[in-house]
Design a protein around this ligand. Structure first.
Ligand code: GDP
Ligand code: IMO
Ligand code: MG
Length: 440
């Protein structure tokens, strides 16, 4: 079977966690290539809520090898806490989790540096998750970073921590932030080294072995296309490549190993944190979507801003990542609306734009062009067959497909695994549907 990338096509929180968990039975390996514990991927199993931040959502299925690639930034304490939480749910962790030697670590100074940076930006702050993600990637690019592989050699680790803490303390002190004790940071990380070393591996090699053994791989995206460091709404983005290109660099494999890229797309749009959002709904309908969709950040608990489906944004995401199939999530949240709006284009200074703009000052001023469509005004959760969906719902799906030039392959109508309609003709070439259906 195929190796497939699944990634968000909007500003994150599209329901990646639910979908990865749903389709994981068809794969042997689930791998993350970017981001860190800024991600919050929620899975509900028989009413029980589990939120994953660093470990791929495939961990909730038996016998899946879950990989954290070199493109991910790892906070060791967060990683260990997550493993402990999973074990408390009865999930066995042993050889089924592996992290790349080349993955960079998040250190305590990264969190403090981010705090200073956000404070100094004032009204222009990014609204980050405050997890130290940006500063950890900054150190990676500056060639100052400390990697998981360094945990395997304590004298190298000590030297790198000392050098970094000494340098960062100058900055921290300058801005009135508490300074760090390099010995204490080293002791803390030396202890993590003991606990983490069994997971630290050559991931590129491990994946290559899996591929040679014919094990299908599911690449799990974090964040979404519009948060990508290059292609997102810069600077209101995260600090990694959340688009398909990031999979190869973030795991150490060639593009020839990827058979398809599937987008996860919410039936409307949400965004946490600051930055332009053309289809944002202010007022009653926005609040309604937030409440019905339970739109609160899975990592920070912040309310998510809500807006109408934006076909300009999703069509752009499909182009950037080579997506021609999407999975449509949270369509049930729209059940209550008599009328739904869909953004079908943007106007800027009286001209219709050809594509999603790259500058935020332009995006902030576009006029979204909306098409109004009739709502289906009936619950869709519980419907198991596409043919049983209300006609207005099918029309909405068709409209989206036409606008973004991609076909819908799964419709998610609720947070549980069973609330999923698999469109077999679109999925069959990519996944083993019998395996998925057997474990819903
Ligand atoms: P992710 O970051 O893309 O994995 O998404 P999050 O977990 O942050 O946010 C998605 C939220 O929507 C979670 O609480 C999911 O349980 C929930 N969810 C996913 N799919 C559906 C759906 O089809 N309907 C509803 N009502 N909730 C969903
Ligand atoms: P998942 O994987 C939604 C947003 C933050 C902020 C910006 C930068 O659950 O979809 P960062 O801490 O990464 O430097 O913050 O990116 N952000 C997310 N928004 N879902 C996420 O992940 C996000 N990860 C980061 O809110 O606007
Ligand atoms: Mg999330």
């Amino acid at each position: 079977m195929a190796n497939i990338v699944v990634l968000g096509t909007q500003w994150g929180d599209e329901g990646k966690g639910k979908i990865i968990d749903l389709i994981a039975p068809s794969f042997d390996v689930v791998a993350r290539s970017q981001g860190g514990h800024n991600a919050g991927h929620t899975v509900y199993i028989d009413g029980k809520k589990i939120v994953l931040h660093l470990i791929p959502s495939g961990i909730l299925r038996a016998d899946k090898l879950c990989i954290i690639g070199n493109g991910v930034v790892i906070n060791p304490a967060a990683f260990l806490d997550e493993l402990a939480a999973l074990e408390s749910y009865g999930i066995k962790i042993s050889e089924n989790v592996a992290i790349s030697k080349k993955a960079h670590l998040i250190l305590p100074y990264h969190v403090l540096i981010e705090k200073i940076s956000e404070k100094r930006l004032g009204a222009k702050k990014i609204g980050t998750t405050s997890r130290g993600i940006g500063p950890a990637y900054q150190d990676k690019a500056a060639r100052l970073g400390i990697r998981a592989g360094d945990l395997l050699n304590l004298s190298v680790l000590k030297e790198k921590i000392e050098q970094n803490v000494e340098e960062k303390n100058i900055y921290l002190e300058h801005f009135g932030e508490k300074i760090l004790n390099k010995n204490r940071v080293f002791d803390e990380f030396a202890a993590y080294a003991q606990q983490l070393k069994k997971y630290i591996k050559d991931i590129s090699l491990l994946l290559d072995d899996c591929i040679k053994e014919g094990k299908p791989i599911l690449f799990e995206g974090a964040q979404g296309t519009l948060l990508d460091i290059d292609h997102g709404t810069y600077p209101y983005v995260t600090s990694s490549n959340s688009t398909a290109g990031g999979v190869c660099t973030g795991l150490g494999l060639g593009p020839d190993k990827i058979d398809a890229v599937i987008g996860i797309t919410k039936a409307y749009t949400t965004r946490v944190g600051a930055g332009p959002f053309p289809t944002e709904i202010h007022g009653e309908t926005g609040r309604l979507l937030m409440e019905k969709g339970n739109e609160y950040g899975a990592t920070t608990g912040r309310p998510r801003r809500c807006g109408w489906f934006d076909a300009m944004a999703v069509a752009y995401s499909c182009r950037i990542s080579g997506i021609n199939k999407i999975i449509l999530t949270k369509s049930d949240v729209l059940d209550v609306l008599e009328e739904i709006q869909v953004c079908v284009g943007y106007e800027y200074k009286g001209e219709k734009l050809r594509s999603f703009p790259s500058e935020i000052w332009e995006l902030a001023e576009v006029k979204p062009l909306f098409k109004k469509v009739k709502g289906w005004t009936q619950p869709v959760t519980g419907i198991r067959e596409y043919s049983s969906l209300p006609q207005a719902f099918k029309d909405y799906v068709k409209l989206i497909e036409d606008l973004i030039q991609a076909e819908v392959s799964i419709i998610s109508t609720g947070k549980e695994r069973k609330d999923s309609i698999l469109l077999e003709k679109n999925l069959a070439p990519l996944m083993d549907l019998d395996k998925i259906k057997a474990e819903i």
